[in-house]
Design a binder for this molecule. Sequence first.
Ligand SMILES: [Zn+2]
Length: 148
Amino acid sequence: MTDRTQTARSLPSRKPCLTAVLRMAGLRPTRQRVALAELLFGGPHRHVSAEQLHGEAGDARVNVSLATIYNTLHQFHEAGLLREVAVDASRSYFDTDTSDHHHFYVEDEQRMIDIPAASVEFMKLPQAPKGMEVSHVDVVIRVRKAQA
Ligand SMILES: [Zn+2]
C-alpha cells in the first residue's frame, strides 16, 4: 500500500494540460472548473469530500459556493475523471484515482486509505440481476484505532 501523501511535491502548473483533460472529457473548461481541477489533480492521487474541497478553494482564493463544488464534483465523476466512494448515505469521497481498488475508511479520522485491487479476493459473488452486468465492486472496510 502506498501512502500517497508521502509523494506530495510541488509540481509545475498543469493548467494547459487540465484544460485539455476537461475538453477531452466533454466539459467546457470554464475558469471555475479549471481552478477546481487544479486543486484536485495538481498533486498526487487523493480522496476528497465536497466540504474539504470547498475549504481548499477558499484557501486558494477560488470563490465558489459549496453547491457549485458539489455540481462540479458530480460532473467530473460523470465524465470519468473522478470515482465516487460512498461511505454512508450522507458522506461521499471523490477519488482522483479511477482505477479499480478498494478502501479502508478510518472512522475516527474520516480518512480513506487505498487497498490495491489484488489484496481483496471474492470467493463468491451473486449473479447480476437479469439483463445486467456487474460494473465494479467497491469494498469499504471500516477501521478505527485499536483499543489498548
Ligand atoms: Zn482510492
